[in-house]
Design a protein around this ligand. Structure first.
Ligand code: NI
Length: 158
């Protein structure tokens, strides 16, 4: 297990545009392995490299079936719309109301540099958009309508 510290909102690393990954070497593999471990430990859905202080374009997303590694990802297609609760491991304990596409397709490289596409809807579509925003230094708190209240959050899980 390689756990990395998850930075919180105040950290400047979360507000910078990340550079592309250029080397698909052991360092990248270790970063992706550590990010997957850190994500699992935190019970999260997605984690972006800047959240662990690495300003490179890499994210991991747990789809429930597998942990997708997206290196240098771009959104190639979106459709529909959803407005719902969104959280972030860098903003612990809070959730905001955020409008996102319902469906998103991304094109990305794997850990060896091979290009592939992945698609998701609902929570996963939302997660792709959220994680890709991190690579451009955008936090959901900058685009949300508002934070959800504790009463609203209590009602969400029934
Ligand atoms: Ni986040």
């Amino acid at each position: 297990m390689g756990l990395r510290k998850i930075l919180t909102d105040k950290d400047p690393a979360l507000h910078k545009v990340c550079r592309p990954v250029e080397k698909f070497d052991w360092r990248l593999h270790k970063l992706l392995d550590d990010m997957a471990d850190t994500l699992a430990e935190a019970n999260g859905v997605g984690l972006a490299a800047p959240q662990v202080g690495i300003l490179r374009r890499a994210v991991v997303v747990d789809t429930g079936e597998e942990v997708l590694e997206l290196v240098n990802p771009t959104l190639v297609e979106t459709s529909g719309e959803q407005t719902g609760a969104e959280g972030c491991l860098s903003v612990p304990g809070k959730y905001g109301l955020v409008k996102r596409p319902y469906y998103a397709k991304v094109r990305a490289q794997d850990r060896n540099g091979e290009w592939f596409e992945a698609e998701g809807e609902g929570l996963i579509g939302r997660c792709f958009c959220h994680e890709l925003d991190h690579l451009d230094g955008i936090m959901y708190t900058e685009i949300m309508e508002r934070f959800l209240t504790e009463e609203e959050l209590a009602g969400e899980d029934e």
